[in-house]
Design a protein around this ligand. Structure first.
Ligand code: GDP
Length: 296
């Protein structure tokens, strides 16, 4: 079930109950069951779904007083609870400042869409008047620098990397220093997403983080990987303590539920979503807007 189907199913469940002439407990329970099933089938963590169901039921029960419009209460409660699922209220939103160097480090598994998203974010900030540069700190994968170079050239973003230096920490450090000296305002560091062993990948990430001292670390997460998203993001959180998530591949066949669960598991907000392969396919994420769109 893709994300759009999830929205349609939830909408249909709400419509069924709000259109019926008598909104009794049985009708509400049937709606809650259908919404829960839809969320579970979209890979949202079962515990989160049970919690949502409990809260939804409690809100509908307490608000249900004589004279109030029960159908409106149900619609609002469903909307609010879905927002809650993807909201990370206590987290600080990163706001880069002009006239200073903001270092943004990207982490995530190979294939998640890291390099593509680095370029998208670079373009996003460049369009908002920032002086932006990109650094390729992936010396593990042959061709990584060429890919970043190609993307950056196409988007007209200055870049830094090396064909000869094998130490990713040195390349990251040198690139960031160079751009800092040249008064770049956003310096995006792309890191490796694969190693011989996972342990090595995480160790490298920690070292690069210590060398470039990022103002913001972003984890790129493929929204189509389902339940695996949660464990993956937890492992990355432990070593890179990222402060924001960018969900990629939200177009196409992403169920999205696993990624939504990753937000809750790591208490980290989604900053943007990737909605295609092109440079402009990046949308800033706000819970209310996302849920509005989901429900059509
Ligand atoms: P990396 O290995 O994490 O750096 O991943 P890449 O940036 O090379 O991306 C892997 C593949 O995913 C490429 O074919 C990208 O075009 C594609 N991709 C990245 N982001 C998106 C997205 O938001 N939507 C879609 N449909 N494809 C994406």
């Amino acid at each position: 079930m893709v994300l759009a189907d999830l929205g349609r199913r939830i909408n249909a469940a709400v419509s069924d109950v709000t259109r019926s002439s008598v909104v009794d407990q049985n009708a509400v329970d049937a709606m809650l069951k259908e919404i829960s099933n839809a969320l579970v089938e979209a890979d949202v963590n079962i515990k989160l779904v049970l919690n949502l169901r409990k809260k939804l039921k409690a809100t509908i029960d307490t608000e249900d007083k004589p004279g109030v419009n029960k159908k409106k209460i149900i619609q609002k409660a469903v909307f609010d609870e879905l927002c809650e699922l993807v909201d990370c209220k206590d987290a600080q939103v990163f706001k880069p400042r002009k006239k200073q160097s903001n270092v943004v480090m990207f982490v995530g598994l190979q294939g998640a869409g890291k390099t593509t998203t680095c370029t998208k974010l670079a373009v996003y900030y460049q369009r908002r008047g920032f002086k932006v540069g990109m650094v390729c700190a992936d010396t593990f994968r042959a061709g990584a620098f060429d890919q970043l170079k190609q993307n950056a050239t196409k988007a007209k973003i200055p870049y830094y990397g090396s064909y000869t230096e094998a130490d990713p920490v040195k390349v990251a450090f040198d690139g960031v220093e160079k751009f800092k000296k040249e008064k770049f305002e956003i310096i995006i560091v792309d890191t490796s997403g694969r190693h011989r062993q996972e342990k090595e990948l995480f160790a490298e990430m920690i070292q690069i983080g210590e060398a470039v001292k990022p103002n913001q670390t972003i984890m790129v997460l493929d929204a189509s990987i389902g339940q695996a998203a949660e464990a993956q993001s937890k492992a990355f959180k432990e070593s890179s303590n990222f402060g924001a998530i960018i969900l990629t591949k939200m177009d196409g066949h992403a169920k999205g539920g696993g990624a939504i669960s990753a937000v809750a598991a790591t208490h980290t907000p989604i900053a943007f979503i990737g909605t295609g392969e092109h440079i402009q396919d990046l949308e800033s994420f706000t819970p209310r807007q996302f849920v509005s769109k989901l429900l059509g």
